[in-house]
Design a protein around this ligand. Structure first.
Ligand SMILES: Nc1ncnc2c1ncn2[C@@H]1O[C@H](COP(=O)(O)OP(=O)(O)O)[C@@H](O)[C@H]1O
Ligand SMILES: [Mg+2]
Length: 234
């Protein structure tokens, strides 16, 4: 199968001189669900932000065979939906409708199609009744769902989540995991929530100090106590 994501020798240093990613090599097959784990500061978020060009480091990235270079950004951003850790970074409109419509509208889709996309996306996250609400007044769990809808409305092939369960109460967390389980897209999930990965992701990539230190079946990685301890995961 042709990989849907190819990352070759990706390194990235923040402007203050701090290396955050070092020689990352990763291939993802269509439909895979992959957990990205590692201690604070390992580079998880930085890696996620590279997948649709929020950051660009040294090395090469390909999404569905398309190289991640400036000319391809609009196309790639419709293929890769990035869900930020904090939904307040994703929601900025006076109504849920406008936030979820933003992506497809920006893609230049016709108004009736945009409306359909919004309805479909809100239905998928079970937030249809919230279409006219102000996103700022929702609970964190509801905001998270709407934030996911803002990327689903673009009908992306790949979903990238940064700490999707952070800040959720147990029920909201469980419902979110059920939702992620139902979504068919290829998924990368950066998280500290090891139980989430065990439930959702057959493959795990372990990052430490900007490097991939393990990449394999989730069961094997989670069964390796020494590896988990060495990397501050338990
Ligand atoms: N905006 C930034 N400027 C400078 N350094 C940053 C910035 N964001 C993150 N870093 C540093 O880059 C490294 C990786 O961070 P990050 O990707 O946020 O890790 P993680 O998501 O795994 O906790 C850390 O050492 C962090 O301090
Ligand atoms: Mg992070």
């Amino acid at each position: 199968m042709v990989p849907i994501i190819v990352i070759q020798n990706l390194s990235f240093t923040y402007p203050d001189g701090k290396p955050a990613l070092r020689d990352i090599n990763l291939q993802v097959q269509p439909g895979e669900k992959i957990g990205i784990v590692g201690p604070n500061g390992a580079g998880k978020s930085t890696l996620m932000y590279h997948l649709n060009g929020v950051f660009t480091g040294q090395g090469k990235l390909f999404i569905s065979g398309l190289e991640l270079i400036k000319n391809n950004f609009p196309h790639i951003r419709s293929l890769v939906g990035l869900v930020f850790q904090n939904p307040d970074d994703q929601l900025f409109s006076p109504t849920v409708f406008e936030d979820v419509a933003y992506g497809p509208y920006y893609q230049g889709l016709e108004q009736s199609i945009v409306k359909d996309r919004v309805q479909q996306a809100l239905k998928a996250v079970q937030m249809s009744d919230f279409i006219d609400r102000n996103p700022y007044h929702l609970s964190t769990g509801e905001k998270k769902r709407v934030a996911i809808a803002t990327v689903l409305s673009m009908q992306p092939e790949i979903l990238v989540f940064d700490e999707p369960t952070a800040g959720l109460d147990p029920r909201a967390r469980r419902e979110l995991i059920e939702l992620l389980f139902e979504l068919p897209q290829t998924m990368l999930i950066a998280t500290h929530d090891l139980a989430l990965i065990k439930q959702l992701a057959p493959r795990t990539v372990l990052l430490s100090k900007g490097r991939i230190v393990a990449d394999g079946p989730t069961n094997a990685i989670f069964g390796n106590e020494t590896l988990l301890k060495e990397n501050g995961l338990i």
